[in-house]
Design a protein around this ligand. Structure first.
Ligand SMILES: Nc1nc2c(ncn2[C@@H]2O[C@H](COP(=O)(O)OP(=O)(O)OP(=O)(O)O)[C@@H](O)[C@H]2O)c(=O)[nH]1
Ligand SMILES: [Mg+2]
Ligand SMILES: [Zn+2]
Length: 298
């Protein structure tokens, strides 16, 4: 039975690329629906092929176990996620970035922070203060402008031979970046709404694109809502990487770093070793998760 990888989905069709680079338009067996399994872009699958009159169609019959998967954007089996954030229009948001980082860490996917539209910044100092909270995280941060061709070579070198997903709000410039990185690509892009300061959800589906020098990148639809389904209060601190060396030495096991005595994380915040803004976001997310957990038991 032929094997391939889903590289694009559209309504109920899955486009599967086989080992010879042919694309097959497949449907999923009803079986998956019964088991509540949705095939994802990035999935390796086995399919029943129907090759009639040159029309390559088929049915997906089996999905291989996933190495990892992201809920938003929906994708499986990637090496890294480029979190795309514009400096302006829409405005840079540290809380949204921290949320994204939690999700990507939970999925065990390596994040790269990619700042876009740096041509819209009035001065560099502004950038430095926005990035200060992330210095101690060790995350790679790449500054780009698709418009002025800044940072694109650095980004390209990070994508080479890797399977990468681009994730970010609508209008931050994900498709524009890909157009700038891959010559001849003409992905649709759209101005953001002046009235709302938000993107117009131009990209409608997830799809993998091949990079000329090796590797694949997935363009994805923008989104702004992200909740913490599937993340428990106890594990949240694992996803704030710079907390880890401190949380290991908190007095109590299972310390949630709120008001517990002997909390090494809180002490590190007081000593400015952990950024206060990141810590505040941690507390905020923790409350959201706890409230959702309490509601479930009511
Ligand atoms: N000034 C400036 N504008 C940019 C840059 N990159 C993208 N834009 C503009 O930002 C707008 C949105 O870009 P898109 O590439 O469509 O954004 P997207 O992230 O793909 O949006 P969705 O598909 O809706 O998720 C377009 O008008 C682009 O021209 C940049 O580096 N500088
Ligand atoms: Mg787009
Ligand atoms: Zn603690």
């Amino acid at each position: 039975m032929p094997r391939g990888q889903i590289i694009r989905t559209l309504s109920n069709f899955y486009y599967v690329r086989d080992e010879e680079n042919n694309i097959w338009e497949c449907k999923a067996r009803g079986l998956f629906k019964m088991q509540k399994i949705t095939p994802l872009v990035g999935d390796y699958v086995y399919f029943d092929s129907v090759n009639q009159e040159g029309q390559k169609t088929g049915y997906i019959v089996e999905i291989e176990p996933r190495r990892n998967e992201l809920f938003r954007p929906q994708i499986a089996n990637v090496d890294q996620a480029v979190l795309v954030f514009s400096m302006k229009s829409p405005d840079f948001s540290t809380i949204l970035l921290d949320k994204f980082l939690v999700h990507v860490e939970k999925a065990n996917i390596n994040p790269i922070i990619c700042l876009t539209k740096i041509d819209l910044l009035e001065d560099e100092n502004q950038l430095e203060s926005l990035l200060k909270p992330y210095l101690s995280t060790g995350y790679l941060i790449i500054r780009t402008s698709s418009k002025n061709n800044i940072g694109l070579e650095e980004l390209k070198s990070r994508l080479k031979d890797k399977i990468t997903v681009f994730a970010g709000q609508s209008g931050v410039g994900k498709s524009s970046l890909l157009n700038a990185l891959i010559p001849a690509l003409e992905l649709e892009t759209n101005e953001i709404s002046k009235k709302l300061g938000r993107g117009k959800h131009t990209t409608r589906f997830v799809q993998f694109l091949s990079l000329p020098n090796g590797g694949m990148v997935a363009d994805t639809p923008g989104f702004s809502q992200l909740d913490f389904v599937g993340i428990s209060a106890e594990e949240l601190d694992d996803y704030f990487v710079e907390f880890q060396s401190y949380s290991e030495v908190c007095k109590y096991r299972g310390c949630l770093h709120q008001n517990e005595p002997g909390c090494a994380v809180k002490l590190a915040v007081e000593k400015n070793e952990i950024d206060n803004g990141r810590y505040e976001h941690y507390l905020q997310f923790l409350n959201t998760i706890k409230e959702a957990e309490a509601r479930k038991w009511r």
